[in-house]
Design a protein around this ligand. Structure first.
Ligand code: PBG
Length: 326
């Protein structure tokens, strides 16, 4: 085996071309999913204060937005709905004329080939802000399952290509798979937020959708951040129930989880580069404390290097622009 001075690892770092030739990990627009926040009404475009350049959009403004996204080579969007009315059981989540259902139709009419992934959860639609039905102050798992299944079904009936349950109830993937199969929707994949942690990195998202649980927090259903063996069990459970793609969330403080899931399961793996991760980069860049473009590309590269095939990221558009002009 060669050793110094015959071995010189710096040889392959000397020029741009040499570095490119031996690069192990590449970020590609085709691996990115761009989240979109959709609101009711028309002509609405509101910037989210803690997430610069990210907007809440009404359905009539979606066609232009998704044309731009598709032109950048981004294959998919992930939809979150912000309804005007909420109730105890989150009815807006599974209403055929709900905010997400209308957004799906608007997108599919303008750019049919763009994949529409929908976040399946009740929290944006419940008056108490929890991800399921609350019984005696506790989120009831089994009563929530049929509502999640109904939500997923209504998204697919409106034209969604992939459904992505993010609620962390046990058995939701099975409930959704069965509901879809009963309606002969066997071809619709499920992207399961399999290992989703109870994380403070979701802070800006909660501002974006105007929600926080009215009481308590999400720790009785989302995962405890110190656990990684449990993440493998969550992933195993979702795969057993029929998940097609699995996801780890958040990404940056959980790169070890992404790596372990990648090494343990041969399923397509997504990672969610969440709102707080985005907000930190934007805030520091605005102060001139970081080189924004380099930080973002380094971050996305790290998530891929950890083992993710797909990245859900608010940086998708800007990163794709940079990749095009590289
Ligand atoms: C809804 C949901 C959340 C996020 C995605 N789906 C919030 C939460 O669970 O509290 C977070 C996304 C982000 O922070 O970017 N269940």
């Amino acid at each position: 085996m060669a050793v110094f001075p015959r071995l010189r690892l710096r040889r392959l770092r000397r020029t741009d071309s040499l570095r490119a030739l031996v690069r192990e990990t590449k970020v590609d627009s085709g691996d990115l999913i761009y989240p979109l926040f959709v609101v009711e009404g028309s002509g609405v475009k509101q910037e989210i204060a803690s997430m610069p350049d990210i907007f809440r959009l009404s359905a009539d403004l979606l066609p232009r937005e998704v044309e731009e996204i598709a032109k950048l080579g981004i294959p998919a969007v992930l939809l979150f709905g912000i309804p005007e009315d909420k109730d105890e059981v989150g009815s807006g989540a599974y209403h055929s004329q709900g905010v997400v259902q209308q957004a799906i139709r608007a997108i599919k009419q303008s750019v049919p080939e763009l994949l529409v992934v929908t976040d399946v959860c009740l929290c944006e639609y419940t008056s108490h802000g929890h991800c399921g039905v609350v019984v005696d102050g506790y989120v009831d798992n089994d009563q929530t399952l049929p509502l999640l299944a109904r939500t997923a079904l209504s998204h697919v009936e409106a034209g969604a290509d992939i459904v992505a349950p993010s609620d962390m109830m046990d058995g939701r993937v099975k409930a959704i798979r069965e509901a879809l199969d009963e309606e002969r929707l066997q071809h619709i994949p499920i992207l399961a937020y399999a290992a989703k942690y109870a994380s403070a990195f979701y802070g800006p998202f909660r501002e974006a959708v105007g929600l926080a649980p009215q009481f308590g927090d999400r720790r009785s259903y989302q995962m405890d951040p110190p656990n990684v063996r449990e993440a493998l069990r969550e992933v195993e459970q979702d795969i057993t129930e029929g998940a097609d793609i699995i996801m780890v969330k958040p990404a940056l403080a959980y790169l070890d989880v992404i790596r372990q899931v990648r090494d343990t399961f041969n399923y397509p793996l997504a990672a969610y580069n969440v709102s707080g991760e985005y907000a930190m980069v934007k805030a520091a860049a605005r102060q001139g404390w970081l080189d924004e473009k380099q930080i973002i590309m380094e971050t996305l590269t790290a998530i891929k290097r950890a083992g993710a095939d797909i990245i859900v990221t608010y940086h998708a558009k800007e990163a794709s622009r940079w990749l095009q002009t590289k």
